[in-house]
Design a protein around this ligand. Structure first.
Ligand code: ATP
Length: 312
């Protein structure tokens, strides 16, 4: 089931928490919302799940409008809110039964769905405990189980791995990826490794605007633009090395890595857009009799992309 968001805006007073954003998510896609605190991730998710009415724009979840058909949208969406509020006095099993009934699941199917959720979310050992007695990580699993119990076509998860230990994080990521093969999933996170590991596509949001949208490879490539390599050579003076390399057609700039130190023999070499200087530099070294001890491609990390796009 596809989600189509067009020109979505939500204001709080004068502040535009979400500012005229448009995007689509397709069935079988796991989209990660990434953004600093207050970027507008939760507001967007709440609007898609019909928990919040936007000031402008339209949202379609499949054929249903999130603005005028809230009941239908809530039936096809599973939602794990940021502050996962659960009934702490209820035992896990009873709570899941309660949610299943609220979702209108056929009574005859409820016991099987509960067993399936207990199994999928790893709650076997905790299922008879009251929710208030569970650790934070297990409470998060109960939140996921309630989001999944009616087998929704669309899953919206606001920071799903908060409070989980590293092993649980790996398990939940795997679960989300598995679900994402057949359904439509949007998750939000501050953790870059999480979106890289779990999502097919990443959308970076800053101050209510979409500032990047693509696979992690696409985002890195876009930010990287030019090839930057670190080269270390021996048997050469920097005053000789820099001008010779700068003469190569492909080279944009040559910067000593340690500019304080005159005898440094490490350089960062930036090529012109869409060009590579690696072969030419290797050839120069051979011709000049310089000993090449390092040639490393400097790869842009998602951290760098995130930093560049959200620090203004
Ligand atoms: P975080 O990562 O910290 O959860 P977020 O990206 O989910 O942040 P939102 O919760 O969507 O951000 O908030 C976006 C902006 O809207 C913030 O500046 C926030 O203070 C403001 N905001 C959100 N809810 C309300 C509200 N009910 N009343 C007033 N302002 C709000």
């Amino acid at each position: 089931m596809d989600i189509v968001v067009k020109n979505l805006t939500k204001k709080y007073g004068n502040q535009r928490a979400v500012d005229d954003i448009s995007f689509e998510v397709r069935t079988g896609e796991v989209l990660g919302f990434l953004g600093p605190n207050g970027a507008g991730k939760t507001t967007t998710m709440k609007a898609i799940t019909s928990f919040l009415r936007p000031d402008a724009g339209s949202i379609l979840v499949g054929e249903y409008s999130a603005i005028t058909q809230a009941d239908e949208v809530k039936r096809v969406i599973g939602y794990l809110p940021e502050h996962n509020s659960l009934y702490t006095d209820m035992p896990v099993i009873d709570y899941l039964k309660f949610v299943a009934e609220l979702q209108g699941i056929d009574k005859s199917r409820i016991p099987d769905r509960i067993l399936e959720m207990v199994d999928v979310c790893g709650l076997e050992g905790e299922k008879h405990k009251k929710i208030g007695e569970l650790s934070k990580g297990y409470q998060q699993r109960v939140g996921l189980a309630q989001a999944l119990i009616h087998d929704p076509e669309v899953l919206i998860l606001d920071e799903p791995t908060t409070g989980l230990d590293p092993n649980q994080i790996v398990e939940i990521r795997e679960l989300i990826k598995k679900i994402g093969r057949e359904k439509t999933v949007i998750l939000s996170s501050h953790i870059l490794a999480e979106v890289e590991a779990t999502c097919d596509r990443i959308m970076i949001i800053n101050k209510g605007k979409i500032v990047a949208d693509g696979t992690d490879e696409e985002l890195k490539k876009h930010a990287q633009g030019k090839e930057i390599i670190r080269v270390s050579v021996e048997g050469v003076d920097r005053n000789e090395f820099i001008p010779v390399v700068q003469e190569l057609q492909t080279v944009d700039s040559v910067d000593p890595v340690d500019s304080e130190e005159d005898n440094s023999n490490s350089f960062e070499i930036t090529s012109h857009l869409d060009m590579s200087s690696r072969k030419a530099i290797f050839q120069q070294c051979v011709e000049k009799g310089w000993i090449l001890t390092e040639m490393t491609l400097i790869v842009t990390k998602l951290e760098d992309v995130f930093h560049d796009l959200t620090m203004n």
